[in-house]
Write a protein that binds this ligand. Structure first.
Ligand code: SAH
Ligand code: SF4
Length: 410
């Protein structure tokens, strides 16, 4: 185990820079995967192996269907392509998804995958997590956008780690594809078109895993375009939520160039406290952040912004905080998500008492906001302190630390 072993100990000191720089770059394998390429890039790629220009559009459409509707993981399955083309593709490319290093399944159906991504040198791979949370009316996949994180939030385990590198668009799309693989969630050949989407197990995607998606803007944007493509994975943008700690200049860009739902990790109602919890606040203070939210393209009562608020005992959980939160939200079509803090080894915070969370939530609710408290899911595959239980012998201690207890969504 290499990657997380090296990244686990960097504490964000007070004087630490607000943003970290990546310590590695992505090195493409000799035979790259086609998963996650845009249609344009796919057409160019086909051109590169000699597919004539007049055929490319049709070939892209066919490959797209095999990849994202039928879930093909082998060129040989693509029976609408000629034998020669299948062989040519196989010589130069793969349909590889991120490698699964470990899979855990909770009694409540929550699944957690530890994914191994290539490092700059072959002997130093990196791990990120991906979690599937089934509910009665939907199934939510929580995906990662970076190995580590650019930022240093003091209550977040990922924040204490180095930023190793950004994920590629292929690695981001690959998480959705592999979840559909593992859940057998692809359209079967016999199923009449149009009937399958209703029953899709992965119906929602949230960017709430490892990393700050708005610091990997282009890859996230391009990946979500593939995920939302109506002829492929076909997840409506209303079912895709991007969570950000508040990268203000990229919030408006996200609205125009991505168009997904937006969640803001607010966590504090004063700049003084937010500077400590989310140091990025020193660069983009609350006033600017809320202004960017008010101007979020497409914002309406039907498309509200979700404000996430982690409940930290004695830090941000007073009833005065709840009332100040309502004041801040004024005029913004919003939902408020109260998140019980998940402690991790070495964390300096505690989760608020349940009673306090209820009182806090009541104030929010009485003001007319839905304020669901995220129920922790997959508890049996996470120990109370945010580590995995010893049953997961396959994982090293460091890997266990790396799996932040975040199997919760709304
Ligand atoms: N970087 C993005 C998305 C990933 S974090 C962001 O910060 O929004 C996803 C959510 O989990 C954020 O709201 C984050 O603040 C929250 N989170 C991080 N660590 C947590 C912890 N230990 N307990 C509870 N929530 C946590
Ligand atoms: Fe990064 Fe989000 Fe964690 Fe902050 S809360 S360190 S932005 S992953």
């Amino acid at each position: 185990m290499t990657s997380l072993a090296d990244t686990g100990s960097e504490k964000a000191a007070t004087a630490a820079p607000i943003e970290k720089r990546p310590v590695e770059r992505y090195v493409a394998p000799e035979r790259p995967s086609l998963v996650g390429l845009s249609r344009t890039a796919l057409a160019e790629t086909l051109g590169g192996i000699g597919v004539p220009e007049r055929q490319r559009r049709m070939r892209v459409q066919q490959i797209w269907h095999w990849l994202y509707v039928r879930g093909a993981d082998d060129f040989e399955a693509m029976t609408t392509l000629s034998k020669e083309l299948r062989a040519g593709l196989g010589r130069h490319f793969t349909l590889a998804r991120p490698e699964i290093a470990a899979e855990q399944i909770s009694v409540d159906g929550t699944r957690k995958w530890l994914l191994r991504l290539p490092g700059e040198t072959p002997d130093r791979p990196h791990d990120v997590e991906c979690v599937y949370i089934p509910e009665t009316d939907r199934g939510t996949l929580c995906i990662s956008s970076q190995v580590g994180c650019t930022l240093n939030c003091s209550f977040c385990h990922t924040g204490t780690q180095r930023l190793v590198r950004n994920l590629t668009a292929g690695e981001i799309v690959g998480q959705v594809v592999l979840a559909r693989d593992r859940l057998a969630d692809w359209q079967r050949a016999a199923a009449p078109a149009g009937t399958e989407s209703e029953k899709r197990l992965v119906s929602n995607v949230v960017l709430m895993g490892m990393g700050e998606p708005l610091y990997n803007f282009e890859a996230v944007r391009d990946a979500l375009a593939v995920v939302a493509d109506g002829d492929g994975l076909s997840l409506s943008k209303r079912r895709i939520t991007l969570s950000t700690s508040g990268v203000v200049p990229n919030i408006v860009r996200a609205g125009t160039e991505i168009g997904s739902m937006l969640a803001i990790s607010l966590h504090a109602v004063t700049d003084e406290l937010r500077n400590e919890l989310v140091p990025l606040n020193r660069k983009y203070p609350l006033r600017e952040l809320l202004e960017a939210c008010r101007n979020y393209p497409g914002l309406s009562n039907a498309r509200r912004i979700t404000f996430e608020y982690v409940m930290l005992k004695g830090v941000n959980d007073s009833l005065a905080d709840a009332r100040a939160l309502l004041k801040l939200m004024k005029g913004i079509p919003a939902k408020i998500n109260l998140i019980p803090f998940n402690p991790w080894p070495g964390s300096k915070y505690e989760c608020s008492d349940w009673e306090q969370i209820e009182k806090f939530s009541e104030i929010i609710f009485n003001a007319g906001y839905a304020s669901p408290v995220r129920t922790p899911r997959g508890r049996d595959i996470l120990a109370a302190c945010g580590q995995l239980k010893s049953a997961t012998e396959k994982l090293s201690a460091r890997e266990r630390l790396a799996l932040r207890a975040m199997a919760m969504t709304d």
